[in-house]
Design a protein around this ligand. Structure first.
Ligand SMILES: [Zn+2]
Length: 341
C-alpha cells in the first residue's frame, strides 16, 4: 500500500484511462477534439458481428466501477462492446452522469464502444436518450399486443433514425425480472411474426424470446432453450438478433458470494454451450447484467468481511472492479468478440 493509503493494485484500472487521454492532448494541454473518438454506431458494431458470426457483449452499467471493469476487459481483449443503461440504472445514477462516464470511456480508448438504452418503456426516457446522443435505444413494448408493439416501435424508429441512432425492439416475452421490467411467463417469439414485425417497424435489431430469463433464477433445473426458433428467425430476418437473460451465473462466483454470506439458492444460468449454439444460430448481441452483479456482490462482501477495520470505499469497491473485469473477460471470450475491436 502507498503512503496515501492507496493500494496500488486497486488504483491502476482508473489511472489507465487517465493515461490514454494524453494521446489527444495538444501542446498547450487542451484536448484535440478532432482526434477524440466518440461512440461507434451500435449498428456498425452489430452488423459486423452478424456477418462474421460472433456476438458482441452488452454490459449493463450503473456506476464508475462497473464501467471501468467492463471497459478494461474490452481494452485488454480488443473487443467492441455495447455499454447499456436500463431505466433502473438511470433512476439510480442519472442519465447525464452515466452518459458522461460512457463517453469518457469512448474518448479515452481505441476500441469501438456504443452506448445503448436498455429496455426503454418510458417514451420520455427514450426521447431524452436520443437527444443526448446515445448510439442506440431499445424500445420494449413487448408487453403490448402485436399491433400496439408495432405502432410504438415505429414511432421510436422515426425519432431515432434521422439522428443516426439505431433501435432494438422486442417481440415475444423474456421471463424474469430485470430492474423495472418484470414478466412472469415466457412467450416464445413467432418467427413469421418476427419477419412481419421487422419489415413493418424498420427496427435495426430484434430481441427474441427463446426461453431465457432475466435475473439469477432462470430455470428450475436445466436450461431449455428453443434454438430452433433462433435458426428460423435468423433465416427470415436479416438484422442482428439479441439475446437477453443469458447470464451464465458462474458457480465459482455464486460460491464465493455464498461463502461471505450471500443468500442465493437455486440459482441457474445459461450454460456456455447454449450460448455458443445461439451465436452459431444467429445471435449477434448478448446482454449481461446478472453475472456482473454477482461478481460485484461477492467482491464487496469479501472485502467488508475480511477487512473489518478498513472503511475506505476504494478498498471495498476496487476489488469489485477487478471482479467485474474478470467476469467481463470471460464473457467476451465466450462470445468470440476478442480481437474484433
Ligand atoms: Zn433484458
Amino acid at each position: 500500500m502507498t503512503e496515501d493509503g492507496r493500494n496500488p493494485d486497486q488504483g491502476r484500472s482508473g489511472e489507465q484511462a487517465d493515461e490514454t487521454v494524453e494521446r489527444y492532448k495538444n501542446d498547450d494541454g487542451t484536448i484535440n477534439k478532432k482526434e477524440v473518438i466518440m461512440f461507434t454506431p451500435t449498428k456498425t458494431i452489430l452488423d459486423k458481428a452478424r456477418q462474421q458470426h460472433y456476438a458482441v457483449a452488452h454490459f449493463n452499467i450503473n456506476n464508475l466501477e462497473i464501467l471501468q471493469g467492463v471497459v478494461n476487459a474490452a481494452v485488454k481483449l480488443q473487443a467492441p462492446i455495447v455499454l447499456a443503461t436500463s431505466e433502473g440504472a438511470i433512476q439510480y445514477a442519472g442519465m447525464n452522469y452515466l452518459y458522461a462516464l460512457a463517453r469518457t470511456a469512448a474518448e479515452t480508448t481505441r476500441i469501438p464502444i456504443a452506448l445503448h438504452l436498455d429496455h426503454g418503456r418510458d417514451l420520455k426516457i427514450i426521447k431524452k436518450a436520443i437527444q443526448l446522443g446515445y448510439s442506440s435505444v431499445m424500445v420494449d413494448a413487448s408487453h403490448q399486443e402485436f399491433e400496439k408493439n408495432i405502432k410504438i416501435t415505429k414511432q421510436v424508429v422515426q425519432w431515432a433514425h434521422p439522428k443516426g441512432i439505431s433501435v432494438e425492439a422486442e417481440l415475444g416475452t423474456i421471463g424474469g425480472a430485470e430492474d423495472l421490467v418484470e414478466s412472469r411467463h415466457i412467450l416464445y417469439t413467432d418467427p413469421a411474426k418476427a419477419k412481419e414485425f421487422v419489415e413493418r417497424t424498420g427496427c435495426d435489431f430484434l430481441a427474441v424470446a427463446i426461453g431465457t430469463s432475466h435475473g439469477a433464477y432462470k430455470f428450475s433445473g436445466k436450461a431449455d432453450l428453443r434454438q430452433d426458433i433462433v435458426q428460423q428467425i435468423h433465416r427470415l430476418v436479416k438484422i442482428p438478433l439479441v439475446l437477453h437473460g443469458a447470464s451464465g451465473v458462474p458457480e465459482k462466483v455464486v460460491k464465493e458470494a455464498q461463502k461471505y454470506g450471500a443468500k442465493l439458492s437455486g440459482v441457474y444460468g445459461v450454460p456456455d454451450s447454449q450460448i455458443k449454439l445461439a451465436i452459431k444460430n444467429g445471435i449477434a448481441k448478448i446482454n449481461t447484467d446478472t453475472d456482473l452483479r454477482l461478481a460485484f456482490d461477492a467482491a464487496v462482501r469479501k472485502a467488508v468481511q475480511t477487512r473489518p477495520a478498513d472503511f475506505d470505499p476504494r478498498h471495498i469497491l476496487g476489488p469489485a472492479r477487478e471482479a467485474i473485469q474478470q467476469v467481463a473477460e470471460q464473457r467476451i471470450r465466450l462470445l468470440g468478440s476478442g480481437g474484433k475491436g
